[in-house]
Design a protein around this ligand. Structure first.
Ligand SMILES: [Zn+2]
Length: 318
């Protein structure tokens, strides 16, 4: 069981190295308003709300960090952790589910469960070629690790995958004490299963990976993500929350509505640049080779992910 769960966490994490980072303290706690906290770690940012009789957590990072996350929450309150919301299926946001599901109901959009349950089939489809490539490159440890994933995928049972057990298709509300927690699925953006979580009374919004603050986003087109959808999703959320909202992004520092709008500006600029290139008859190859948005060069991840964002925008541009 342990090997199985490590395997899942590793497989999801391996596919998500772009999200990884290593701050000096993987459990940095930041109290926000109305008993809502942000918790920064190695993976996606965690948020949690402490109610009079229950704690609600948003995202679970990696399995190896989950016990530390739980300990950090316990340092704030002795109330039981009853609910975990996953903003999407990526390994740096659901990796700790294995730990949380022992005491919490895991909630997410339908597609989060679907994607997590599809993971073994994806591994069986994609990993044999990667094992081959690793062997050819002389990287035996990696080949061995990938081969272990294949073994796991062959034998794992559906109930062993720590997927959400309570799923929804558009929105859902969690009521704890006098706080109302809105979970809104957004149009396809980072993936096709994203949700944002709004703590109404506290006026704190957890955006999941619909928002990378001063970080170039990963747009997971292979799992239903969309650049245009990002813009629609951001506008939808921006239209629903007050200007005074405090925002926890999926990655990067806690910020405000101006911070979120700056990220929206980036997405809009990428799309507009791609649209202009298409209108000018520039080929995709030439566009991707030459495209540059110097205004966003100080965003972390620019050298790694900007061109991929631009290519996706070109594919979607009218
Ligand atoms: Zn993600």
């Amino acid at each position: 069981m342990l090997a199985v769960s490590l395997s899942l966490a590793a497989s999801l994490a391996a596919a998500q190295e772009h999200h990884d980072r290593a701050p000096s303290d993987p459990f940095t706690l930041k109290p926000l308003a109305g008993n809502v906290y942000a918790l920064y770690g190695r993976g996606g940012n965690v948020g949690f709300y402490v109610g009079p009789d229950a704690v609600v957590v948003v995202d679970s990072q990696f399995k190896d960090l989950a016990p530390g996350i739980v300990a950090k929450i316990k340092s704030v309150t002795d109330k039981p952790i009853k609910y975990l919301v996953n903003t999407h299926h990526h390994g740096d946001h659901v990796g700790g589910n294995e730990v949380f599901r022992q005491f919490a109901v895991i909630i997410a959009h339908d597609n989060v469960r679907t994607r997590m349950l599809a993971s073994p089939a994806e591994i069986l489809r994609d990993f044999p070629a990667r094992v081959e490539a690793a062997r050819k490159a002389g990287n035996e440890p990696q080949a061995k690790q990938l081969a272990e994933q294949i073994d796991w995928a062959k034998s794992v049972k559906v109930e062993e995958i720590p997927a959400p057990v309570l799923t929804f298709d558009s929105e859902l509300r969690i009521h704890v004490g006098d706080e109302r927690i809105q979970v809104w699925h957004t149009p396809p953006s980072h993936t096709d299963g994203d949700s944002v979580v709004y703590f109404e009374k506290a006026n704190v919004l957890h955006m999941g990976d619909n928002f990378f603050n001063k970080v170039i986003p990963f747009i997971d087109v292979a799992h239903g993500g969309s650049v245009k959808g990002y813009l629609v999703a951001l506008d939808k959320v921006i239209g629903k929350v007050p200007a005074s909202v405090t925002i926890i992004p999926g990655h990067g520092e806690v910020t405000d509505l101006a911070g979120l709008k700056a990220f929206r500006g980036y997405i809009a600029d990428v799309l507009e640049t791609a649209r202009k290139a298409r209108a000018a008859g520039t080929s995709k190859d030439d566009f991707v080779k030459t495209v540059d948005l110097p205004a966003y060069k100080d965003f972390s991840g620019y050298p790694d992910r900007f061109k991929a964002n631009a290519a996706a925008a070109y594919d979607e541009a009218p």
